[in-house]
Design a protein around this ligand. Structure first.
Ligand code: ADP
Length: 385
């Protein structure tokens, strides 16, 4: 196996070359080297060897010669495509073999190239196309899995309040029709119907926020101090109800989308208050310049904490750790935060000690507009409920 050096953090692209001519194989490998892309490459001299190589390991791309001694390269394309539909298959043809190229594409090849035109540049283009196609495929698979998971939970989360509403409505109906109803009892049932309806509306709103966080938005410089004011004003009710103390450093200006960033801060601060048994719940938002010139925002609470083994899973949609009858929620808050942060090219993670509190970190990459503010003059806004 030969390979170009692999830059840190980049997976090499795995390529299978099937050609019975040693000089042609060497030519392709030389061109591969010139691509300067990270790759691993395995040779096969016949279709049998190619299939055996595919049984041993996975290849993202296969370059197959049309004229294989004793084999038909086109049959190779058909079989490889049937067995490995995600493989990017390239047929290497002779000069002017347009008919062969068309037939190869019909049989499942993703591209073709005349052997005379194999150069570092042309192979680089092919590998980049293949990598892009593979990335899109993976993204689609991920989205489909997410949609399926979503549909499952939605069916459950929306169906259960609807079932309960129907149950209460039936009881109320029977009681009123029979004329034997106790008005106090009926009022109680009506209140349950209202609160179940409210829960459904909240779930639908959260779902809307989650899907919105993935739609196209334009970025502009956003003063996070203003964003914080909006977030705190939206959280007014819970802050007052819990007597929470929320304070923050002077925050930077970042390039982003104002209302998505408000949603991000709101979800993190809201959780910091909600998942706290302390009196008063306190949340502090810090801002530190990152070594790489971006910003790291921290949201620290004095709450119940998150066990280490769940500190990554909580960012998955609908993952809820704590007693759901005690802490209201939908399990979409942190998944929405993750999407928003990723839309801004950043990262989100948390550190926590059970019983002591949690700090959520959000890092934003280098943004030119952040240069206009500093965190030296950290202020305690002391937003008190
Ligand atoms: P929810 O709607 O349930 O609050 P989130 O997606 O916001 O959903 O959070 C997922 C889960 O992570 C929560 O159900 C809770 O168990 C846990 N969690 C989130 N934030 C905190 C926090 N600040 N402290 C402790 N646990 C938290």
């Amino acid at each position: 196996m030969i390979a170009n050096p692999k830059p840190a953090g980049v997976d090499p692209f795995r390529i299978l070359i099937t050609d019975d001519d040693a000089a042609d194989r060497m030519h392709i490998k030389r061109a591969l080297k010139q691509t300067e892309l990270p790759y691993d490459c395995v040779d096969a001299t016949s279709l049998e060897e190619a299939f055996a190589a595919c049984a041993r390991s996975t290849f993202e791309c296969a370059i197959i010669d049309y004229r294989l001694a004793g084999d038909d390269g086109l049959d190779g394309v058909t079989i490889l495509h049937q067995r490995f539909p995600n493989m990017f298959i390239v047929m290497a043809t002779g000069q002017g073999d347009a008919v062969v190229a068309t037939e190869a594409m019909k049989r499942g090849a993703s591209d073709y190239i005349a052997k005379q035109h194999i150069t570092g540049k042309s192979l680089r283009r092919i590998i980049e196309n293949a990598a892009q196609k593979e990335a899109m495929r993976r993204q689609l698979v991920q989205q489909r899995e997410e949609l399926e998971r979503f549909a499952d939970v939605l069916v459950h989360d929306l169906k259960s309040p609807i079932t309960s509403i129907r149950g209460f409505a039936t009881i109320i109906n029977q009681a009123v029709r029979s004329g034997t109803s106790d008005p106090k009892k009926i009022a109680g049932y009506c209140e349950r119907v209202v609160s179940l309806g409210e829960r459904m509306v909240a779930l639908i709103d959260t779902l809307h926020e989650y899907t919105k966080s993935d739609s196209h938005v334009d970025f502009e410089p956003v003063d996070l101090n203003r964003t914080m004011e909006d977030a705190l004003s939206n959280l007014d009710q819970i802050i007052n109800k819990r007597g929470a103390r929320v304070s923050h450093d002077r925050l930077p200006i970042v390039v982003g989308h104002g209302s998505l960033l408000t949603q991000l801060l709101q979800n993190l601060i809201g959780n910091g208050i909600k998942y706290s048994e302390a009196d008063p719940p306190t949340v502090h938002i810090s801002a530190d310049p990152e070594a790489a010139n971006g910003w790291r925002i921290g949201v620290r609470d004095n709450g119940i904490g998150i066990p280490r083994e769940f500190q990554q899973q909580i960012f998955e949609p609908f993952k809820r750790l704590h007693d759901t009858s005690k802490y209201e929620g939908t399990g979409l808050g942190l998944a929405t935060c993750k999407r928003i942060v990723e839309r801004h090219g950043g990262r989100i993670w948390c550190e926590s000690a059970v019983g002591e509190g949690t700090i959520f970190y959000v890092s934003f990459p280098d943004q030119p507009a952040t240069a206009t503010t500093t965190v030296q003059d950290s202020v305690d806004a002391g937003v008190n409920a």
